[in-house]
Design a protein around this ligand. Structure first.
Ligand code: SAM
Length: 199
């Protein structure tokens, strides 16, 4: 797309997004696009699943946020904007849910990919998705989904790209950063997503 067409589409999107009556329509279109992506790639990553609907126990369940994911094109664009040598990094998704981010990360040549998820049913779906994913662009196939509370995950002494997309309350993130001796970036926001390089 030429730059002028790109800015036209961007402007159109922001005008449309500012119309409250259009929100449900845009949401339906967004959901349909996500379902189409799942169908094409042979996976199940759609939907919003509140943690209270899942039968598991954890002292951090109340601090955790529901499963939902970003649109694949948004995730891909975010990865594409990372100016790193992917081969140097292990990618870790804190709260990987059904694993959509792991699938997209696999089209970049990371050294390894790890998904942490404390809800066993979601972790199991993520594993199934890794097995059924139909993509010819996989550049990293060393991928592991670990059923574990993010608080209990020990960072390996290797360069890691930590990924957070709205997994839990800020207080829990602060605890994780404190115990891992990671300096909290002033720009870190939990109501969004972010990559956190760790070396
Ligand atoms: C908003 S979803 C993001 C899913 C995934 N990262 C993505 O972007 O597609 C947040 C996920 O974090 C998980 N989660 C919340 N608290 C957690 C914790 N303490 N340890 C591990 N996973 C957690 C939830 O179960 C949920 O699947």
């Amino acid at each position: 797309m030429r730059p002028t067409s790109k800015s036209f589409v961007r402007n159109l999107k922001s005008v449309l997004a500012s119309q409250p009556w259009l929100k449900p329509v845009l949401k339906t279109i967004g959901n349909a696009r996500c379902r189409a992506w799942d169908l094409v790639y042979g996976v199940d990553t759609c939907g919003e699943i509140p943690l209270v609907n899942l039968d598991f126990q954890s002292q951090n369940k109340a601090s955790g946020h529901a499963y939902h994911s970003l649109h694949p094109s948004v995730i891909r664009a975010a990865f594409g904007a990372l100016s790193i040598q992917h081969e140097d990094y292990t990618f870790v998704d804190f709260g990987c849910g059904k694993g959509r981010v792991l699938l997209i990360a696999s089209s970049f040549p990371f050294r390894r990919i790890v998904g942490l998820e404390f809800a066993p049913a979601l972790a199991e779906t993520a594993r199934r998705n890794l097995n059924s994913y139909r993509s010819s662009h996989v550049k990293c196939s060393e991928i592991e989904v670990i059923t574990r509370d993010a608080v209990d995950y020990e960072l390996e002494p290797e360069p890691q790209m930590l990924f957070f997309y709205n997994p839990f309350r800020r207080s829990l993130l602060d605890k994780i950063l404190r115990t891992r001796r990671l300096a909290p970036a002033p720009s870190a926001r939990l109501a969004g997503f972010g990559f956190w390089p760790f070396r």
